[in-house]
Design a protein around this ligand. Structure first.
Ligand SMILES: [Zn+2]
Length: 335
């Protein structure tokens, strides 16, 4: 029985070994008696070592599984793994807020050039005509436009009222956020009734100087403006028109507030169809005429609010950054 021979017989060699070990264990006992404190110390060191190794391997396996290591546990002998160095995506800088980071779905036939295409305003233009020839942004007549708006508000305070901010409302940077009072109030009702839907306004009030630019750009096929209404005729100039990027999703809500979608020819454009806006005067044109006459007393033009050749000729010569003498509300403002 090979198996039996290989197996140690229980009880047979052990007593022998015990006997052989008897003297040495007695000697070991004496040594322990003499070096008790040293033995205790060695035992402690061994125990601490075992615990330390356990902790080390436990942490190592946690780290491999991606479990964050508690900060209070210190493992001095193990160098911390290097932090992952993820390179910033190249597109991050381009999508920073403030860089006109609005995703625009913007195709307007009478609108301004796509804000993404429009360059920043690197230089100033002496006249509106030069701005029309050399710029592609209505911001190039910003100074004059602000004067026209302020003067118009002197003439008729409700003509252009500011559009307050709303959490779901985005107004593109080049937009003058003003509307006629009634149109403004109805727009706010639509916006507030759908607080979870975002509205991006790409054009609201446009002054006669701005309308002159987009009209020239469309006539000369510049700046990507395919079609524009002549100055003095645009509903944007009287504060009852809006260009909205998300036109399709807002159509129903705006129509419920008496805004009318212009249709496929200009699918971002809505007009407010208020009875009070019928027969309205072009307050922006009248404001320009007043500003011109104030600054050019020897070359006065009729203050009738009509965009005619005489007014257009002066508008072309007008300073793009604004007149020396600004708007004034000297007379009591008629209601
Ligand atoms: Zn429009």
């Amino acid at each position: 029985m090979a198996d039996d021979a290989a197996s140690p017989e229980p009880g047979d060699p052990e007593p022998e070994r015990e006997r052989e070990g008897g003297a040495s264990s007695r000697a070991g006992g004496a040594w322990l008696q003499q070096n008790r404190s040293l033995a205790l110390g060695l035992g402690c060191v061994a125990l601490c070592g075992v615990i330390g190794l356990d902790v080390y391997f436990m942490l190592k396996s946690d780290a491999k599984r991606g479990i964050p290591v508690a900060k209070s546990v210190e493992v001095p002998s193990v160098a911390p793994p290097p932090l992952p160095t993820t390179p910033a995506p190249a597109s991050a800088a381009a999508s920073e807020p403030g860089d006109d980071g609005v995703a625009l779905d913007y195709e307007s036939d009478d609108g301004e050039p796509h804000p993404g295409k429009a360059p920043p305003v690197p230089k100033h233009f002496d006249t509106v005509q030069h701005a029309a020839l050399d710029s592609c942004t209505t911001a190039s007549v910003d100074g004059l436009s602000r004067q026209i708006i302020a003067q118009a508000r002197c003439i008729r305070p409700n003509a252009f009222v500011p559009l307050p901010s709303r959490p779901n409302l985005v107004v593109a940077s080049q937009v003058f956020p003003y509307l006629e009072l009634e149109a403004r109030d109805h727009l706010l009702k639509a916006i507030d009734a759908h607080p979870k839907a975002k509205m991006t306004i790409n054009s609201a009030l446009r002054t006669v100087a701005q309308q002159y630019l987009v009209w020239r750009w469309s006539a000369t096929k510049r700046c990507g403006v395919p079609l524009a209404t002549p100055p003095g005729e645009s509903n944007h100039e009287v504060g009852v028109a809006l260009d909205i990027a998300e036109a399709a999703s807002w159509r129903q809500a705006l129509e419920a507030q008496d805004f009318k979608w212009l249709g496929a020819s200009d699918r971002v454009h809505f007009d407010y169809k208020s009875s009070s806006s019928a027969g309205r005067t072009a307050t922006d044109v009248l404001a320009f005429q007043k500003l011109w006459n104030k600054n050019n007393p020897s070359d006065k033009i009729p203050e009738d609010g009509r965009y005619n050749p005489a007014t257009e000729q002066r508008l072309k010569q007008a300073p793009a950054d604004g007149f020396k003498l600004g708007p004034s509300c000297s007379k009591p403002t008629p209601k």
